[in-house]
Write a protein that binds this ligand. Structure first.
Ligand code: C2E
Ligand code: MG
Ligand code: MG
Ligand code: MG
Length: 291
């Protein structure tokens, strides 16, 4: 076959393309070592009850500081793990780390459930249930306080298969959350057919909530409709007090974002939760300004 008949073979030689391809190859190779040498760590970001200002849960977010390339965004390396057949190994490692961290903070007297992100490909992984059961069985926390976050687009890739997995996960007693809601093409009526309990409004709708009337409209009506369907609503990406107060006035259930806390290392979790507790008067002060 002649190369010039294939448009892909032309784009392959565009400047910059080889460099990014090399970076990908390096990251794919190094990810394998990172998983096995334990170069990955987890950060935890508090999810707060918006009404009471109390932390109910922390979301586990994986971190990779590459020895030469520095911070690698999870969005970049999770994608590469999926492409290179390493995602299940990575998820298994993450589940193990989170269980160990959670056991430690529980023993240290902290009372926080945990939310774990799953990749779309994990929903078709036959060993997923097993890994969750073995890692979390000895954690003396109520299983109801483990939440699994699955993106809206992951659920829509293969709704039948996703449904089967979600049902099995529900039998374990974990809470199921739809992450990044609003960025895909699904509707709330499709969510209603899934055994999920929580909906996370994507941060793109929340980041400028204080200044964008259209985002306000979208978020407020999503909260109302989700509540009508019996779902709890989480807002991520809360970066200022105004957004927090709007969400509070609209009855949003849980909130997380840099205004409350950035994701932190497990060693800093106790201090972070203490500092947030001290801010409860500010976070729960009643307001009349918003409707
Ligand atoms: P996500 O699950 O939707 O996580 C929320 C992302 O928003 C996190 O980015 C978090 O640090 C960031 N964020 C939280 N509050 C704010 C805020 O107020 N402002 C802004 N600008 N950003 C905020 P991060 O940690 O870079 O993770 C990005 C995505 O990578 C996650 O999106 C998730 O899809 C994926 N990811 C992260 N950790 C894991 C993991 O352990 N497993 C899997 N499968 N995916 C993960
Ligand atoms: Mg998430
Ligand atoms: Mg999200
Ligand atoms: Mg996201």
């Amino acid at each position: 076959e002649q190369a010039e008949n294939h448009p892909e073979s032309i784009t392959r030689y565009q400047p910059g393309r080889d460099e990014s391809h090399l970076r990908e190859l390096q990251l794919i190779a190094d990810l394998h070592n990172a998983i096995h040498n334990h170069d990955l760590s987890m950060n935890y970001q508090p999810k707060l009850d918006i009404r009471t200002g109390q932390v109910t849960q922390v979301e586990a977010l994986v971190r990779w500081i590459h020895p030469e390339l520095g911070f690698i965004s999870p969005e970049e390396f999770i994608f590469l793990a999926e492409q290179s057949g390493q995602i299940h190994g990575l998820t298994a490692h993450i589940l193990q780390r989170v269980a160990a961290d959670a056991r430690q903070w529980t023993e240290a007297g902290l009372d926080a459930g945990v939310a774990i992100n799953l990749s779309a490909m994990d929903l078709t992984w036959p060993d997923l249930i097993d890994h969750i059961e073995t890692n979390f069985d000895d954690w003396h926390h109520d299983r109801l306080r483990i939440t699994l976050e699955v993106t809206e687009s992951a659920l829509m890739q293969d709704p039948e298969e996703a449904l089967a997995t979600l049902r099995k996960l529900r039998e374990l007693g974990v809470t199921l959350s739809v992450d990044d809601f609003g960025t895909g093409y699904s509707s709330l009526s499709q969510m209603r057919k899934l055994p999920v309990q929580e909906l996370k409004i994507d941060k793109s709708f929340v980041l400028r909530l204080d200044a964008e009337p259209q985002d306000q409209l979208i978020v407020k009506s999503t909260i109302d409709m989700a509540h009508g369907l019996g779902l709890k609503v989480v807002a991520e990406g809360i970066e200022n007090l105004e957004a927090w107060r709007l969400l509070q006035a609209w009855g949003c259930d849980l909130g997380q974002g840099f205004h409350l806390s950035r994701p932190v290392a497990p060693a800093d979790l106790a201090d972070t939760l203490r500092a947030l507790d001290a801010r409860r008067p500010e976070l729960t002060r009643p307001t009349m300004e918003y409707h």
